[in-house]
Design a protein around this ligand. Structure first.
Ligand SMILES: *Cc1c(COP(=O)(O)O)cnc(C)c1O
Length: 404
């Protein structure tokens, strides 16, 4: 039986609020009804709305969602419903996607290198007024495309800190000592000059932002004018099993305290570009155990699929729960190694995962906190690629790792 029968008014969930997705009450009822042979990706709408609302309420400034973390239309619309109206985009395709989904969206084109014509099209067709450069060469290219007097140009400064697990300043960003000169050049050419930086991704301690904002303070103090906008970038982390990070409030407090020290214009504001923190919580993956060899489990999704982010430095597993014949299954656990479905030997998840010792083929595992850098980066390698995304409609549905 197909879960599409669960769509519509029968379940008190109007069809148009499902973003065109198949719906089901929760993962238990999905698995009680059928045994999906392909991976199923489950969207928890309330979790996305709550997380967006909490971030927007807690962050001391404007929140731009970094679309690259998860550009699924339902995710973008749910974050927008939760109060996110600004979006950090890196391509015309992302801008077009966001504007098509959220009429009230303001898109920022926050990458210092763009295909020819992209900045012009963003400006003319999508009302984009915020761009970024990290070199005078990029300022010249931007000036060819958009009228500088009508836009804000951020200068991206390179900063890094050992608390960040991925350094986002090795490819882009101008050294701090050259930033005042670049910002003056931006202002001289008629644009509003602003400052941006990215501390890194999965920033494990708030001190990294404090450090970067101290550098920003030094840079801004050397300018003959005051700027309105300082963008502290993304990097707000999420806790995963074996990878505990401080609560977001600690990061917000640090940024709030430091921003008071920045010499901003009277109408000054801080911006942030969270990707992971907004995208991660509300998505799970339901996968099936295909084969068990002692303590090795072979799953129908893996490192070339939904788990691809685990190849990078950071967390090495996700919260998980087990279903057998549609019911939650638990028991004494042991450690398992998890393998993906492809022929490639590297298709193995890095962390060992505690699961019920009697786990067997046909059992389903639901992995939670899986919304960031998962759907967006999958490949079709070896022919494994599930298109199935289901919206869960039970208001109290909670993914693994997020108790009610
Ligand atoms: C990737 C990226 C982000 C989002 O990073 P997270 O670690 O997911 O918060 C924000 N800004 C820029 C410029 C990025 O490249």
């Amino acid at each position: 039986m197909s879960v599409t029968s669960a769509r519509g008014p029968d379940f008190g969930f109007p069809e148009d609020s499902a973003f065109g997705l198949e719906t089901c009450a929760d993962t238990a009822s999905l698995l009680a009804r059928e045994r999906p042979a392909e991976p199923v990706y489950c969207v928890y709408p309330e979790i996305y709305r709550e997380q967006a609302a909490a971030f927007v309420a807690g962050f001391p400034g404007h929140v731009l969602y970094a679309v690259k973390a998860n550009d699924h239309p339902a995710v973008i619309r749910l974050l927008n419903q939760g109060g996110v109206t600004h979006f950090d985009c890196a391509s015309l395709a992302e801008i077009e996607q966001v504007r098509g989904l959220c009429p009230d969206a303001h898109c920022y084109f926050m990458i210092p290198v763009r295909p020819r014509g992209a900045a012009r099209s963003a400006f003319e067709n999508f009302g984009v007024r915020h761009f970024v450069i990290d070199h005078t060469a990029g300022l010249d290219l931007l000036a060819d495309q958009v009228p500088l007097e009508e836009v804000v140009v951020f200068t991206r400064m390179a900063v890094s800190h050992e608390a960040a697990l991925q350094n986002l300043s090795t490819k882009f960003g101008a050294p701090p000592e050259s930033v005042p000169g670049l910002m003056e050049a931006v202002a001289d050419r008629g644009a509003e000059a602003a400052l941006a930086f990215n501390v890194g991704s999965s920033v494990t301690r708030p001190e990294a932002y404090e450090y970067a904002m101290e550098v920003a303070q030094t840079v801004l103090n050397r300018l003959p004018f005051r700027v309105r906008l300082v963008d502290v970038g993304g990097g707000f982390p999420r806790s995963y099993p074996g990878f505990r990070v401080p609560p977001l409030e600690d990061y917000f407090d640090s940024i709030r305290n430091m921003s008071a020290r920045l010499p901003l214009a009277d109408d000054g504001a801080i911006l942030a570009e969270p990707g992971r923190a907004l995208a991660a919580p509300g998505l799970s993956a339901v996968v099936e155990v295909l084969l068990r060899k002692d303590d090795r489990l072979y799953l129908n999704d893996g490192m070339f699929g939904i788990f691809w982010e685990l190849r990078f430095k950071g967390h090495d597993r996700y919260p998980v729960r087990v279903f057998r014949d549609g019911s939650s299954h638990s028991g004494d656990t042991r450690q398992f190694s998890l393998y993906g479905p492809t022929c490639d030997s590297t298709d193995v998840l890095p962390g060992r995962v505690p699961l019920p010792a009697d786990i067997r083929p046909g059992d389903h595992l639901e992995f939670g906190s899986l919304g960031a850098y998962s759907l967006a980066g999958r490949t079709r390698f070896n022919g494994f690629y599930s298109e199935r995304v289901v919206l869960l409609t039970a208001p109290d549905a909670r993914p693994p790792g997020q108790a009610n």
